[in-house]
Design a protein around this ligand. Structure first.
Ligand code: ATP
Ligand code: MG
Length: 332
């Protein structure tokens, strides 16, 4: 089976609907056809300040949501990034073949460093994409299913793989990003031209997987729209309504024109109520399964440990090759 790698940061207590639609739903389907590795990337999360005790909790919660959303830890390899030491080690090697200017062109860094300010911006945030390249290349990954915000990072990963291969000999598989076009980007409900994010400044625009369903419904009812009053997809002039249509279509598997027809001549209130029902129905069971799992963290920890051992095996093989290729002396 070809290989698949993807991950999410444990940067909040809950995942948001963009993570679910842009990534998890694809993962669930693709895990059947691929030898899939899904990681909770805690080393990435610490590129911005984290409370240590809370980070551990968020890491478990993220893993539980993967499983609750349908990732099967007996078929896929679902593990915590920091449990597999090779990630940090390969990131160092790759950083030595990454250009400073090349890394400086990454838009996620530009966005996030602007948000946090120079003093709160760490070198780790700058080298984040190099660690991500290490994540992917360790597993000889063929495809990387992500939202479009990560496309640039996967392109850098490809460049680094090709550069390493040509400098030191064939070592890495060059991975392909897989981005579902229509759902590549879910926007903030209050600010529908900005990407919805776990680490958004305000809570009102984010739909959380683990939120109380009534709260999610309320957020949808209050989502920013426009004054036209017609349920119609028009990304340019109607970003709020278009975003809600994309969410609606993704969760139901229906086409946007069919939804436009259904809500023709009806107000936004009806449309939002319909969407709220869909979201509550979809998230309800996922939320319950995740919360149940978190009641027994010891069992979850055991699953993560055995999966980390599986990941170690593959990762160590690649890392050993890399050390040899670059000329590091083997310890005997
Ligand atoms: P953070 O704010 O901490 O960066 P995030 O919500 O951006 O959190 P990540 O952990 O960075 O989430 O990304 C996890 C996955 O979810 C990635 O594949 C990313 O492309 C995807 N993703 C994140 N936000 C969205 C979104 N708004 N729409 C579609 N996909 C998204
Ligand atoms: Mg992100």
């Amino acid at each position: 089976k070809p290989r698949l790698y993807s991950g999410m940061q444990p940067s909040a207590d809950s995942l948001q609907i963009g993570n679910y639609i842009g990534a998890l739903m694809q993962w669930r389907d693709l895990q059947l056809a691929y030898d899939a590795f899904f990681s909770v990337v805690d080393l990435h999360a610490i590129t911005v300040a984290q409370d240590p005790e809370h980070l551990r909790e968020k890491t478990r919660r993220t893993a539980a949501q993967y499983i609750a959303a349908g990732i099967e830890p007996s078929k896929s390899t679902l593990y915590v990034q920091s449990h597999v030491r090779a990630h940090a080690e390969l990131a160092w090697i790759l950083s030595t073949i990454t250009g400073f200017g090349e890394a400086g062109r990454m838009t996620q860094f530009k966005d996030k460093s602007q948000r946090y300010g120079a003093d709160a911006t760490s070198v780790g945030l700058f080298t984040y994409p190099v660690l991500m390249a290490a994540d992917i290349l360790l597993y000889q990954t063929d495809i990387v299913p992500v939202g479009d915000d990560q496309k640039q990072h996967v392109e850098l990963t490809r460049d680094l793989a090709e550069r390493f291969n040509s400098r030191f000999g064939e070592t890495f598989t060059v991975p392909m990003p897989v981005i579902q076009k229509e759902t590549a980007r879910i926007y903030d409900l209050q600010n529908p031209t900005a990407k919805m994010s776990k680490s958004a400044e305000t809570d009102a625009g984010v739909l959380w997987l683990l939120d109380d369903p009534a709260k999610s419904a309320k957020k949808i009812m209050r989502a920013v729209t426009d004054s036209e009053g017609t349920v119609r997809y028009d990304r340019e002039n109607k970003p709020g309504v278009s975003n809600l249509l994309v969410i609606y279509a993704a969760l139901t598997g229906r086409q946007i024109p069919a939804l436009e027809d259904e809500y023709a001549g009806r107000g936004y209130g009806d449309f939002k109520k319909g969407l709220a029902e869909v979201v509550v129905e979809e998230f309800g069971p996922v939320r319950q399964r995740a919360l149940d799992m978190l009641d027994d963290p010891a069992e979850l920890d055991r699953v993560l440990a055995s999966n980390a051992a599986k990941a170690d095996e593959v990762a160590d093989r690649t890392l050993g090759d890399v050390y040899d290729r670059v000329g590091l002396l083997r310890r005997v």
